[in-house]
Ligand binder design. Structure first.
Ligand SMILES: [Cu+2]
Length: 375
């Protein structure tokens, strides 16, 4: 049985069997994705929650070829919508005048579809992978009411500054199934951060889907010498609205428990942004909050076609840490802010992808559709 799994499902088997990207032309939505049922014994798309014997029961679908599309409605989230879905919490003011943002996050088990026909038994924050993009302003008090409705102990461990008892690790902020914990700390430093479960075994808890982006916008009043730059990052300001902001969480899925990923992507669904290019208004600059949470592989990367960008490692500075690059790499939990513009380009489709070619072929590639639209 193990040999069957390795032969048919390991690494390339899942996506190369289930989804074939046809044609090199990248105009419009020309990057057609064709999903094809796994030609393995039984002909079934592999289901992560199923043992090999179970997978073999879906023989009726053997040989089926269809245009692939995951069921976003059933998943309960759409990778395109996640790009701009900021969760800013419920805002109130503490007696001392500090702004308080209260967020509610619930962990729950949920099967999701990570590529056409490829199911994955995920653990989620608020029913989605990645979890909600929590966004705040530097200096805010952050309060996260975390409820665990999942089947295992979980935490929310924030990459930020907080006390030991708010660290979200076993013994300090872990919620048992049915339990809850309230994390509270001040939002520092500004930047592009993340949170993830830190229960053990760590790599399983992360890889099952318990992670999300955590963005702290700079407070312009704290950076008078760079106030204009800070305002451009601060959600809701006129300067910020000049930008097209996107959050991309680079992730992957080991759908057959072999310790390797079979599916790669941004915001979970393989090849989603090839089939649904991200529309970019040519006149407006683009800012990407990029987070790498990929498990099992040591390095991930982001490469932009036909253009160069500035990069802010961890997003914790208002001046770039790298200028005029077209590729950056991130280890797990590394993140940063990418800024670029297609202002002087022709309109058309421009690729972005991991420059680990295998990751790209297994789902981590997409397109920006640069248009004249001003919206
Ligand atoms: Cu966990």
């Amino acid at each position: 049985m193990l040999d069957w799994l390795r032969g048919n499902l390991s690494r390339r088997g899942v996506l190369t069997g289930a989804a074939i990207c046809t044609g090199g032309a990248l105009t419009g939505t020309a990057a057609t994705l064709v999903a094809q049922a796994q030609t393995a014994p039984g002909g079934a798309p592999p289901t992560a929650g199923a043992a090999a014997g179970h997978a073999g029961q879906h023989g009726a679908h053997g040989g089926m070829i269809s245009v692939g599309e995951v069921d976003h409605a059933r998943n309960g989230f759409d990778p395109t919508a996640l790009l701009t879905d900021w969760t800013t919490g419920t805002v109130s003011t503490l007696p001392g005048g500090q702004r308080l943002r209260t967020y509610e996050v619930t962990a729950e088990d949920k099967e999701i579809e990570v590529a056409p026909g490829v199911k994955f038994a995920a653990w989620t924050y608020n029913g989605r992978v990645p979890g909600p993009t929590l966004r705040a302003t530097e200096g805010d008090r952050i309060r996260i009411v975390f409820r665990n409705r999942g089947s295992h102990p979980h935490t929310m461990h924030f990459h930020g500054i907080h006390s030991a008892r708010m660290d979200g690790v076993p013994g300090a902020g872990e919620a048992l199934p049915g339990g809850e914990f309230v994390y509270e700390f001040d939002a520092f430093p500004f930047g592009c951060h993340l949170y993830h479960c830190h229960s053990v075994p760590l790599k399983r808890h992360i890889h099952k889907g318990l992670y999300g982006a955590f963005i702290i916008d700079p407070d312009p009043a704290r950076h008078p010498e760079q106030a204009a730059l800070a305002r451009s990052r601060l959600l809701g300001t006129p300067e910020n609205r000049e930008w097209q902001e996107l959050v991309m969480v680079m992730n992957g899925f080991d759908t057959n428990f072999d310790g390797e990923n079979e599916v790669y992507g941004v915001n979970t669904v393989a090849h989603h942004f090839l089939k649904h290019p991200i529309r970019i208004a040519r006149a407006k600059p683009v800012r990407i909050y990029l987070v790498n949470i990929l498990e099992f592989d040591l390095i991930n990367s982001f490469h932009l076609h036909a253009n160069f960008f500035d990069y802010y490692d961890h997003g914790t500075s208002l001046t770039p840490t790298l200028r005029t690059v077209d590729t950056i790499m991130q280890c797990q939990a590394q993140r940063g802010i990418i800024e670029f513009s297609y202002r002087n380009h022709e309109t058309g489709a421009y690729m972005f992808h991991a420059h680990q070619s295998e990751f790209a072929e297994l789902g981590w590639m997409g397109l920006f559709e640069v248009t004249e639209a001003t919206a």
